[in-house]
Design a protein around this ligand. Structure first.
Ligand code: ADP
Ligand code: MG
Ligand code: MG
Length: 199
């Protein structure tokens, strides 16, 4: 899969549409394990990004990620706003002036996003957060094996974990067998990449 500006924009458009479509479901997950706002938070960013593209279409490949970063950092709020925002911003930085990403470069760009979340969130894999979707997704992508089935299985595995970071960690053992909303929205992010890539 070679990523161009057009494909990246398709990726984020599909992601935004999925987030808006699953808004209620994402907030429902967060009602159980957190404070019930994840769908609202994410849908706000998604809507703002789609609207901003009507007025200011991205010129360069990195702009797609920069614009998404700005919308998430300034408009989304909660933990997910700065975390996704940082991920998108680090991805834009890793892209720099490149207008095309080969498969390996794409993997490195997504890794930069993952590292951004880890640093900003002071979090690690295994704590039942969005990172627990990003890490296995990156691994599968690296082997050119990423599928929606793998993402589904991944989310099931994350669901079985006990949360030790973020709001959900306040629930301790009671967080086990509940879906982490950030993991669910991250699944949408990678599903969107697969769908955009098939075009
Ligand atoms: P808030 O918890 O502030 O209401 P959201 O509901 O929008 O924010 O997002 C919650 C999601 O953010 C969680 O489900 C989890 O996946 C993710 N998250 C929270 N804290 C961290 C962190 N420190 N590192 C990585 N991901 C985190
Ligand atoms: Mg929340
Ligand atoms: Mg909140």
């Amino acid at each position: 899969m070679i990523i161009t500006k057009e494909l990246a924009q398709k990726w984020f458009t599909v992601f935004a549409e999925k987030v808006i479509q699953d808004k209620e479901q994402l907030s429902e997950y967060d009602r159980i394990i957190g404070d019930g706002d994840h769908g609202m938070n994410m849908a706000r960013g998604a809507q703002q990004l789609l609207s901003s593209w009507q007025e200011t279409p991205p010129v360069h490949l990195a702009d797609v990620f920069k614009q998404a970063a700005m919308k998430w950092i300034s408009g989304v709020g909660g933990a997910s706003g700065p975390l996704y925002g940082t991920a998108f911003f680090e991805m834009a930085k890793a892209i720099g002036t490149k207008e095309e990403l080969q498969h390996e470069e794409l993997v490195n760009v997504i890794k930069a996003g993952f590292d951004g979340i880890r640093k900003r969130g002071k979090s690690e894999v295994g704590q039942k957060t969005m990172l627990d979707v990003w890490a296995p997704a990156i691994e599968s992508l690296e082997e050119k094996q990423l599928t929606t089935e793998i993402l589904e299985t991944t989310l099931t595995k994350v669901t079985a974990l006990k949360a030790t970071k973020g709001r959900a960690s306040f629930l301790g053992e009671r967080s086990i067998n509940e879906v982490d909303p950030g993991a669910a929205s991250s699944k949408l992010f990678f599903e969107a990449l697969l769908e955009a890539g098939d075009l």
